[in-house]
Design a protein around this ligand. Structure first.
Ligand SMILES: [Zn+2]
Length: 249
């Protein structure tokens, strides 16, 4: 490939990335995951370059030209729109996770309400959430757009693809924009079901053995899942031996 072609490819990638960010922002706005000038989205264009939404613009009406390009120290690489004030949050996520290709920060109402009420996001109520969400930690409250907030999220995002920020919002990451966006939708959907179930009465989680089975089906290689599966097998074997020893009544 010639240098000219490589340059054309890079420009095409950025053009496509701009179109995709605008589309995802429109979906976030339509689904009530952000409102007004809230929320911000970025993608990694190169190891030291990110494309990020601008500050203070309603993301439901964003245009591809409205985006900013920053280096990995947060310095603007183009003239034009000022980057989101939460750019530190995005840089912290990319620094914490070399596999991260996109970052979405939103204000999903039910997920935030749970952090205000200090209630856990019950990802163990429905099978889909066990498989798709896993444990979602909450970072302690910190003032929006500060380094303290970015550092708190960065510490948690090392081991999690979704992090809640108390009284503020969510950070979802993924290898690409679509995966990160799916995580945001699943997060708010699960939070909404949790809130509705809690208004109807006490909620009961799925059986721990069923949770272990779901995680094993989803290919969870974690020691917790395999230990739970082994524990399940042991409990069943002991129960079978006890029943055999007692005999039919
Ligand atoms: Zn925010």
């Amino acid at each position: 490939m010639t240098m000219t072609n490589a340059g054309a490819l890079a420009r095409l990638d950025e053009f496509e990335a701009r179109e995709r960010i605008v589309e995802v922002c429109r979906r976030m706005h339509e689904r009530g995951l952000i409102a007004g000038g809230e929320g911000n989205v970025s993608v990694r264009l190169a190891p030291d370059r990110i494309l990020i939404t601008p500050s203070g613009v309603n993301k439901g009406f964003l245009k591809p030209a409205n985006l900013a390009v920053l280096d990995d120290a947060g310095r603007a690489q183009r003239r034009g729109p000022k980057a989101s004030s939460e750019f530190r949050l995005h840089l912290a996520a990319y620094a914490a996770r070399p596999d991260c290709g996109a970052v979405l920060h939103a204000h999903p109402p039910h997920a935030i309400a749970l952090t205000i009420a200090d209630l856990p996001l019950s990802q163990d109520l429905i099978p889909e959430s066990v498989v798709s969400l896993g444990r979602v930690p909450t970072a302690a409250y910190a003032t929006p757009s500060t380094t303290a907030l970015a550092e708190g999220v960065g510490d948690l995002i090392v081991h999690h693809d979704i992090v809640m920020m108390a009284r503020h919002g969510s950070v979802c990451i993924g290898p690409d924009l679509d995966t990160a966006y799916d995580r945001l939708e699943s997060l708010e959907h699960t939070a909404r079901i949790t809130v509705i179930a809690r208004t109807l009465g006490p909620v009961q989680p799925l059986d721990p053995i069923e949770i272990a089975r779901l995680r094993a089906l989803a290919g969870d290689p974690s020691p917790v899942a395999s230990a739970a599966a082994q524990e399940e097998a042991l409990v069943r074997e002991i129960a079978a031996r006890v029943m055999a020893a007692i005999g039919p009544r």
